[in-house]
Ligand binder design. Sequence first.
Ligand SMILES: [Zn+2]
Length: 294
Amino acid sequence: MRLTYQYRLLRIFMNPMQKNIMLLLAVMFLPGVIQLRAQSVSIVAAENFYGGVAAQVAGSSAKVTSIMSNPNQDPHEFQTDAATAKAVANADIVIYSGIGYDDWMEKLIDAQAKSGRVVIKVSDLIGAKDGENPHIWYNPKTMPALVAKLAVVFNKPEAVTKFAHSMKPLLDKIARLQSKSAGVKVTATEPIFGSMATALGFETLNDPFQVAVMNDTEPSFIQTAAFENSLTTKTVKILFYNSQVINPTTKRMQELARDNGVSVVGVTETQPADMKNYVQWMLSQLEVVESVLK
Ligand SMILES: [Zn+2]
């Protein structure tokens, strides 16, 4: 805080050239700034969507390892192994989501100290708190915040504008969809899509049911009855479900939705292998949403 204040004071008295030199010095001595040119930097991301964005910013000189990338694995049930522990121990940069989504990563970081390692907890970057929906990468503000952080770490300020350019089709799509989605009631078997649903202006029903399924517990009788009721009465227009997790309850809800003419849209926790990047993944899911809103 004090450094920032002093920097602001200096700025008033300096010419543009001096300002540039000061800015360069400030960035060079900022804690956590990685000098990429000298050697390859090792980045370990808890989830592949963060790893993908980090690779976009870091470029080919970085080695990026994403731990959660198997579309058939439930990230909430993930157990660490020796290979993951080793990757984290050797990493220069570790990226994880936080707020209960990937506690295993926090444990690995704490267990193996490494001097100079940069740890990025993405939830902190957007001010998300424990108890909030942990699927924060569905919030359109999250990836730009991560890129802004990585741009500082890699001393690549141009990465921010570059990423903003690549995000534009997604933000445009959200803006266009809002005229059709705002105020429309939807529900979900799990809260994966929740932050995007909020961005679109959807009104999401049955939150307690979703949290129970996410935590792999059985929803209560009342929660289940309310969920079924929203489908049989067609109160909701869309049922979102996690296409990476299949269990009898969520399967039954999908059948009930189809029987009652409620659109069923599958979403995924992690970025599927056939998706080139985060933006393409989100866009492809929003295209399905758009098609059922017509
Ligand atoms: Zn989840």
